[in-house]
Design a protein around this ligand. Structure first.
Ligand code: ARG
Length: 587
């Protein structure tokens, strides 16, 4: 049980003993720490509801609280705030328990149903661009936040690996490399034999698209190639597999660099077999209806303030669409993973698409028992406030943006050689710059609530001062170094005995981790963790200024403070891990 859960239980007892309803028996951090550790504002709403005097209610509760061992003193203030000062012994004890607890005290769920996370979602033949950064960073953080609570997760990248785009590429390759196998030919392509890399594909794709657009005959051929692929033509399949492999290999480089983990690398292609029966079934049940030659599902609801266009299930030529695939993927996931929720971490601009898919799934009964959630996010912007572009004005690739941040981190680190760990060579500096640069990018990305966009300013992100990833990282490294210096002098951490105000504040801050994780989960908001680790790093800094550790006055105080340092280090590294941020050994 977390500290706040324990105090809430004490409050619930006290409210109940006074014959009061207990739903407002909750404590929060005190607004004025010099007066109290926690405060309960529950008397005021009760007074309003019953017409009683709030101070009178608060006093009755306070009387019941006074004798509790968790509480050192209680006071009623203002209109009826109940101010609590926690007992030193209770604080010390909770700190020691958290120091021992797995996952730094994050509450472990038992028997939770699995959550499926759909994020990343790159398309074949396209390198990862800036837009994928947020999906990968936010998705991975949510995956870790759930996993840390023992909630089973399955992450699936959901590759865009099907449809006309693939047909266009195949027909382009047929024109350029007539010697290669293609649809309608005997497949004879040994694995890895396609003489193309990601850079080639990246050039090829826009040219393929342009060729089809410009020439109706080419477009017809692209459609033919698409159909051949979808009907299992061996040559087309082989070529498609090779294209998919080449691009996934390149994309995985960026994905691994960001530390995102996927359990499944499934794609749109994997649900093809489900589409025809699904469409037939929806048609048979009258859920899919014909309209102007196309097949649609009406998803408007009476309460809609704005008109809601129908979901387009199949075009007049019968070709399945993005929404069709997403609908079939829900069926597949229900069958294979039986998730209780599916979280789609995808650009906010796809909100309408997901609303349509979710409504259609609910209408068809495909989402029974599954909570479908679009976890949308805003854009990464350049200094001009518009979506981030390269200097030449093109779509910036993810590796360029990461490269910029790592270069800036390196410059900053190299500018203060006296602050670098002794004996660090160039390769070591490179590794450190990578960790610091990525921390900067991830922290900036996770810092504000996901639906707001943010300006990517590499220079500012890598700063060691202010609300940045490197600042929090540095706090963590500094604590590790205090612990290491302590160990070198044979100082052992010992029983925690909280005394100084900065120590109380630090213990209370550490104890918030489980509550913050619970709230970040409820709101699908990793930014709450980012705010938290930053505040904790600041709290540590105040503690360290006010309370000498290695030079503490007396062995017992030093031992207690060393344990506190160890606790903060655990909580901070756990918090950074939840954000996907690595802590360097030295920096
Ligand atoms: N490939 C898609 C795109 O690039 C993103 C996929 C998101 N996931 C999904 N289930 N639709 O826009």
């Amino acid at each position: 049980m977390s500290l706040s859960q324990r105090i809430d239980a004490v409050l619930v007892d006290a409210f109940a003993a006074c014959g009061l309803p207990t739903d407002t028996a909750r404590a929060a951090r005190a607004a004025r720490p010099e007066l109290a550790d926690l405060q309960c504002n529950g008397a005021m709403p009760l007074a309003k509801a019953t017409g009683r005097n709030p101070r009178e209610i608060a006093s009755a509760v306070a009387e019941r609280l006074a004798g509790r061992p968790e509480i050192a003193s209680v006071e009623v203030a203002g209109p009826g705030f109940i101010n609590l000062r926690l007992a030193d012994g209770f604080l010390s004890e909770t700190a020691a328990e958290q120091d021992d607890a797995p996952a730094a005290g994050i509450v472990q769920q038992q028997g939770a149903a699995p959550v499926l996370l759909d994020f990343g979602g790159p398309n074949v033949a396209k390198p990862l661009h800036v837009g994928h950064l947020r999906a990968l960073v936010i998705g991975e953080s949510l995956r870790r936040i759930l996993g840390a609570q023992n909630i089973p997760t399955v992450s699936d990248i959901h590759l865009g690996d099907w449809g006309l785009q693939m047909g266009m590429l195949i027909s382009e390759i047929r024109h350029r490399m007539p010697a290669l196998p293609c649809f309608g030919t005997d497949p004879a392509l040994p694995a890895g034999a396609l003489p193309l890399d990601m850079d080639d594909l990246q050039r090829l794709y826009p040219e393929a698209a342009a060729a089809s657009k410009a020439d109706p005959a080419r477009m017809a051929e692209s459609r033919e190639a698409t159909a051949a692929l979808q009907n299992g033509d061996p040559g087309a399949r082989l070529l498609w597999q090779a294209l998919r492999d080449i691009s996934l290999r390149a994309q995985r480089h960026d994905i691994d660099r960001l530390g995102a983990h996927f359990d499944l690398f499934l794609g749109e292609s994997d649900v093809q077999a489900l589409i025809a029966p699904m469409v037939a079934e929806l048609r048979g049940r009258g859920i899919a209806v014909e309209s102007e030659g196309a097949l649609i599902v009406e998803v408007a609801e009476e309460t809609d303030a704005k008109p809601m266009p129908p979901l387009l299930l199949a075009k007049s030529d019968g070709a399945a669409l993005y929404a069709t695939t997403d609908l079939a993927t829900i069926l597949q996931r229900r069958r294979d993973q039986a998730p209780s929720r599916i979280l789609y971490v995808v650009d906010q601009r796809q909100a309408l698409h997901f609303e349509q898919v979710f409504r259609a799934a609910r209408r068809a009964g495909y989402a029974d028992g599954i909570d479908l959630v679009h976890v949308g996010f805003g854009t990464v912007n350049g200094p001009d406030g518009k979506p981030y572009k390269t200097r030449e004005g093109g779509v910036a690739q993810l590796r360029d943006l990461l490269g910029d941040a790592v270069d800036k981190a390196r410059e900053r680190l190299a500018a203060n050689p006296e602050r670098l760990p002794a004996g660090m060579d160039d390769a070591g500096l490179g590794r450190l710059a990578e960790q610091v640069g990525l921390a900067a990018v991830k922290f900036a990305d996770l810092s504000s609530f996901r639906t707001s966009g943010y300006v990517f300013d590499a220079e500012r992100l890598v700063s060691f001062e202010g609300r940045t990833g490197p600042y929090v990282q540095y706090a963590c490294v500094r604590i590790a170094s205090i612990l290491a210096r302590g160990a070198a002098q044979r100082f052992e951490p010992g029983p925690i005995a909280v005394q100084a105000p900065a120590e109380r504040a630090l213990v209370l801050d550490c104890a918030r981790l489980p509550d913050v994780v619970a709230s970040a989960t409820a709101n699908l908001a990793p930014n709450e963790i980012a705010d938290y680790v930053f505040a904790l790093a600041q709290s540590f800094s105040r503690f360290y200024n006010e309370c000498p550790v290695l030079a503490a006055d007396g062995d017992a105080v030093r031992a207690s403070r060393l344990s506190l340092c160890r606790l903060v280090h655990r909580v901070l590294s756990q918090g950074l891990w939840l954000l996907g941020i690595d802590v360097p050994e030295r920096m």
